[in-house]
Design a protein around this ligand. Structure first.
Ligand SMILES: *[C@@H]1O[C@H](CO)[C@@H](O)[C@H](O)[C@H]1NC(C)=O
Ligand SMILES: *[C@@H]1O[C@H](CO)[C@@H](O)[C@H](O)[C@H]1NC(C)=O
Length: 268
């Protein structure tokens, strides 16, 4: 390759690495609710690509929002919303926002990957909602040890909450989650209110469990130095909520050394 062309490629790669790349010591491939300009991606509680257009609308309304418009989705994309899943948005259009080009997602393109206005509104996709006023909770936690509680704990949590906690500790450390209390609306598959744990810095990969009811889960240990908790409550019935503690420990030493009474069950 010509030297100039090579240099130019390097410049482009560097630019991309900046826009994407490491932020707060994490290689980002997605961002979370409060940074996406009120736009968020939802899949059905039954799983990916399960929502008709009518159901998609209902999902957003259920949480007090509405379907995102193309412009809202693009605005969110511009500040980093990157989701590899097609969803309904306003006026029966389907697509998804891509920030970083990838062969397996978006055909190597960047932008809103647009499937157009669907004639068949019974097709099943995910959904992109817009809700600038959704009740925010959660946050980014970098402390070595902290107690995390559902909003208002030990009072009952409110309906229609969506909270994300992104835990990030030092490189070379892992995170141990230890549940202290759990009291949430109970149903067999935790479809109503639930706490989800992800062994990653987003809620796209590394799913480690969904919890509800009042049965205390075992401790959970991360494989890396990040973890995400997602708490979601629906529009009916609330309960006491949850309380858990996380502790960072040096991966080379193991959790017992530093956490004393906490016993560990590694992620399978
Ligand atoms: C519309 O989509 C649904 C779901 O994919 C499919 O079952 C149905 O046959 C489609 N209807 C038409 C008219 O193509
Ligand atoms: C461990 O648990 C016991 C009994 O619950 C308690 O007395 C002790 O203080 C705990 N140790 C630490 C280091 O927290």
């Amino acid at each position: 390759m010509h030297v100039l062309a090579l240099l130019w490629t390097l410049v482009l790669l560097l630019k991309e690495a900046q826009a994407w790349g490491f932020r707060n010591g994490i290689f980002h491939n997605s961002i979370w609710l409060e940074q996406a300009a009120g736009v968020y991606h939802r899949e059905s509680r039954k799983g990916r690509y399960q929502l008709t257009y009518r159901e998609a609308k209902a999902v957003c309304q259920y949480e007090g929002g509405k379907l995102a418009t193309y412009e809202q989705l693009e605005a969110a994309r511009q500040i980093g919303l990157h989701v590899c899943a097609a969803g309904w948005f306003d006026k029966g259009r389907v697509g998804y926002p891509i920030v970083k080009p990838g062969a397996n997602c978006g055909y190597g393109k960047v932008g809103i990957i647009d499937y157009g206005y669907r004639l068949n509104k019974s097709e099943r996709w995910d959904v992109y909602c817009y809700n600038p006023h959704s009740k925010e909770c959660g946050g980014v936690l970098t402390e070595q040890q902290k107690i995390i509680q559902s909003p208002g704990f030990p009072e009952e949590y409110e309906n229609e909450q969506i909270c994300y906690w992104h835990i990030r500790v030092r490189a070379g450390q892992k995170i141990l989650l230890h549940f202290l209390e759990l009291d949430m609306e109970d149903d067999p598959s935790c479809m109503a209110d639930y706490l989800e744990v992800y062994d990653s810095y987003d809620d796209v990969s590394g799913f480690a469990g969904r919890f509800c009811g009042d049965y205390l889960p075992d401790d959970i240990i991360s494989t890396g130095n990040v973890m995400t908790l997602k708490f979601l409550s629906d529009a009916s019935f609330t309960a006491g909520g949850f309380q858990l503690e996380y502790v960072a420990f040096d991966a080379s030493l193991g959790p017992q050394v530093q956490t004393n009474n906490i016993t560990a069950a590694p992620l399978s």
